[in-house]
Design a binder for this molecule. Structure first.
Ligand SMILES: Nc1nc2c(c(=O)[nH]1)N[C@H]1C(S)=C(S)[C@@H](COP(=O)(O)OP(=O)(O)OC[C@H]3O[C@@H](n4cnc5c(=O)[nH]c(N)nc54)[C@H](O)[C@@H]3O)O[C@H]1N2
Ligand SMILES: Nc1nc2c(c(=O)[nH]1)N[C@H]1C(S)=C(S)[C@@H](COP(=O)(O)OP(=O)(O)OC[C@H]3O[C@@H](n4cnc5c(=O)[nH]c(N)nc54)[C@H](O)[C@@H]3O)O[C@H]1N2
Ligand SMILES: [Mo]
Length: 687
């Protein structure tokens, strides 16, 4: 067992750790670490232990044969925001540059895709402008669809401390259908009807305008598209929004008054905004609110989408999505493709102009037998994608499923044809970028067990077996970083002034941009800055931020007599995703030892459900059994279940058996926060 302690000098957490972090030392020597490569000789057979050579050959042979017979798009690589940037970058270089397919997507599709699309539309780049230090100078917090207390507990401590320092001056508005612990510190909690945030945000801007909170000068000098917004706001008074959102009109007016009059506003949001068929519109509406009130580019202000995974941001930078290339470039842009081909020493036209498949599209393509080889690294899609049983069945059709993970079994590993043992955090070096654009170097401090290898080395071995050894010949991760860094030169996220040495000298990482010549710890006006857009210039063609008018739409699934309740899904404080690590730490299991369904006493009473009773939850796709937790902390009409427990824990209690794969049209992010369900009691009250 290793001991994990916080670094008191780190600028982000000042040495504080959440329970998951503090207990992380317990996850390295578990009995289920994947120690050697394993293969299955046929579908459904037992695994057989093998060496790296056979495993790598099997992967490379399948890729080579399928590319020859069915074309490069028969291959798909599915990665994760838990890969270091170097490994993430190489995964993309192999897929997009050398296999010749843009079918490289990531679990960030389930997480950050809506924010990426909105920042690109509004600012011309995927550039979140604020920093954590803005928490200490914000007077107004608008927290929407984020349970910061459970999911970003160290940040939550900073928000609470800010509130405590000036109880009357600092105002907190929380928008969540549930009265979470985050909502408990709010001056105004707005328990919106699930999926109706766009209506609320339109109305907040409408009422902010009435209250005189519009920064006309900022709009005039630094933005375009305001006329479109004025049209979109028509009719969105608090009264009208009240009937759509289920909120008290006076609460909307009060929240708008705070935004209009109370000094710098930091808006923070996460999955309650992104995981929606209106995800991009929710993000745009949040950004619009900041732009219209001039809450951007100054201390304590900004639209600030929080990332979830440790390196969700790094993946966005290095081109980890099916639509992106390294250095905030786009697959769809011919000039961008040419630049990346040049950097990779490829002939013009080598990078395909066909858009790659996103996560949900991958499942559909598997069902049509168009994708035949899937290589999955650092994610567990059979547990984390919506409609998980469908995902399992689709993957089982593939000729070859490769799963590269630190543990076996996992829900996805169970159906893999080839299992590749990966080193994990602390067992390999690499860089990661957090929500505030801060790049940190995570040094290797221990050895990986068995013959497990860092992800980047596995990728290089497959590349070599495919005949690309010369293009994937790196001495270490620093050499990969240096190559990737060149691809940021002159881009909005320019990090040509960053190196492993600079990262080691820095006090806890460097925020981008940090071009060559930038000074560590520079002031806000310098190119290396904790805050973007301080000069009011944006990386759009005309240098202005662009307003895009959002439109309110209902969630994809319709509530009906048969499926009358909205199932929301999310997280609990002491578990991490599919529990491959936190599920092995007894102390973490104690706080929530089983999944549950939160429901309002009115709904429970109406359905004859008692607290702690087992209930059957059924959607149009599947059903599961959970223990009811009757509480008025959720609004009636909605029910909530955590998604952590997959089929390895209890195959009758898999939340993602019920969730919906409907996606936002622009971001392709699935609506994991809204499935129409019915709930019925199945057993007597537990003792
Ligand atoms: N403990 C813990 N922390 C984590 C993680 C973890 O697994 N465990 N995962 C990390 C990752 S990858 C991520 S992405 C983040 C996620 O962090 P969060 O997004 O904060 O967490 P969630 O619980 O998924 O969802 C947040 C809230 O959205 C609300 N919500 C649901 N529907 C709606 C809606 O229509 N409108 C609004 N306004 N709110 C809605 C839910 O009630 C829930 O309280 O957490 C990160 N931190
Ligand atoms: N219903 C519902 N579903 C959701 C969500 C929701 O709110 N509701 N949230 C979605 C979101 S935001 C996210 S981010 C996803 C997360 O979903 P997943 O990415 O599927 O969840 P994890 O359990 O984090 O999976 C990471 C896997 O990588 C392995 N691993 C850890 N470190 C390494 C490493 O260094 N290398 C390799 N190769 N493997 C490693 C772990 O053992 C684990 O199996 O879930 C999504 N699914
Ligand atoms: Mo996430």
């Amino acid at each position: 067992m290793r001991e994990v302690r916080g670094d008191p000098d780190h600028p982000v957490n000042k040495g504080k750790l959440c329970a998951k972090g503090a207990l992380l030392g317990q996850v390295f020597d578990t009995g289920d670490r994947l120690l050697t490569p394993m293969v299955r000789d046929r579908k459904g057979a037992h695994t057989r232990v093998t060496g790296w050579d056979e495993a790598i050959d099997r992967v490379a042979d399948a890729i080579r044969r399928n590319v020859a017979e069915h074309g490069p798009d028969s291959v798909m690589l599915y990665g994760s925001g838990q890969l270091p940037t170097e490994d993430y970058y190489l995964f993309g270089k192999l897929a997009k540059g050398f296999i010749g397919t843009n079918n490289q997507d990531t679990n960030s599709r389930l997480c950050m895709a809506s924010a990426v699309a909105a920042y690109n539309l509004a600012f011309g780049a995927d550039a979140p402008p604020a920093s954590y230090e803005d928490i200490e100078s914000a007077d107004t917090f608008l927290i929407l669809g984020a349970n910061v207390e459970a999911c970003h507990p160290i940040l939550f401590d900073r928000i609470k401390a800010r509130k405590r320092a000036d109880r009357d001056g600092v105002k907190v508005i929380v928008v969540d259908p549930r009265r979470t612990r985050t909502a408990e510190i709010a001056d105004i909690h707005l328990p919106v009807l699930p999926g109706t945030d766009v209506a609320l945000l339109l109305s907040l801007l409408f009422e902010v305008r009435l209250a005189g909170g519009i920064d006309e000068r900022f709009i005039e000098e630094h933005t375009s598209g305001w006329a479109e917004i004025e049209r979109a706001l028509k009719g969105w008074s608090a009264e009208r929004a009240s009937s759509v959102t289920g909120l008290d009109a006076q609460d909307i007016v009060d929240a708008a008054r705070i935004i209009a009059t109370n000094g710098p506003m930091l808006s923070l949001w996460t999955m309650g905004a992104n995981q929606s068929t209106s995800g991009v519109d929710k993000n745009l509406a949040l950004i619009n609110l900041s732009l219209a009130t001039g809450n951007i580019g100054k201390p304590g202000a900004g639209p600030f989408s929080l990332t979830g995974q440790p390196n969700a941001m790094g993946g966005r930078e290095c081109g980890g999505l099916a639509t992106t290339l390294p250095g905030h470039r786009l697959v769809a842009d011919a000039g961008h493709r040419t630049e990346v081909e040049g950097a990779w020493g490829l002939a013009p036209g080598s990078i395909s102009d066909r858009p790659g498949l996103t996560a949900i599209e991958m499942v559909e393509a598997l069902e049509r037998d168009e994708v035949r080889v899937v290589w999955i690294a650092a994610t567990n899609p059979v547990a984390s994608l919506p409609n998980a049983p469908r995902v399992r069945a689709a993957l089982q059709r593939a000729e070859l499923v490769v799963v590269q993970d630190a543990y076996y079994p996992t829900e996805t590993g169970r159906i893999a044809d080839v299992l590749l043992p990966a080193a994990q955090w602390s067992e390999r070096p690499g860089t990661m970028t957090n929500s505030e654009r801060r790049i940190c170097l995570l040094e290797q401090i221990g050895e990986a067990p068995g013959t497990a290898l860092p992800d980047w080395q596995i990728i290089c071995r497959v590349a070599e077996a495919l005949g690309h050894g010369d293009d994937f010949d790196y001495a270490d991760t620093e050499a990969i970083f240096d190559e990737y860094r060149e691809l940021t030169r002159g881009r909005d996220l320019d990090i040509t002034g960053v190196s492993y040495d600079v990262l080691r000298q820095s006090a806890g990482g460097v925020q981008w941009p940090h071009p060559e010549g930038a000074v560590l710890g520079a002031a806000a006006e310098e190119p290396s800055s904790p805050r973007l857009f301080g000069d009011g210039r944006f990386p759009t063609p005309d240098g202005r931020a662009r307003f895009h008018a959002p439109g309110y739409r209902k969630p994809a699934e319709i509530l009906s007599d048969e499926y009358p309740l909205a199932l929301l899904t999310g997280r609990v404080k002491d578990q991490w995703h599919t529990m491959t690590r936190t599920g092995k730490v007894p102390k973490l299991m104690r706080s929530e030892h089983e999944p549950f369904l939160e429901m309002h006493p009115d709904d429970a009473g109406h359905l004859g459900v008692a607290d702690r009773q087992l209930v059957l939850v059924t959607s149009r796709r599947g059903s599961l059994q959970l223990r009811a937790r009757v509480t008025d902390a959720i609004r009636s009409g909605a029910v909530f279940a955590p998604f952590h427990w997959g089929e390895l824990w209890n195959r009758h209690a898999v939340t993602n058996a019920a969730t919906s794969e409907a996606t936002d049209a622009r971001s392709k992010q699935p609506e994991l926060k809204f499935a129409a369900v019915r709930v019925e009691p199945v057993a007597a009250v537990a003792a």
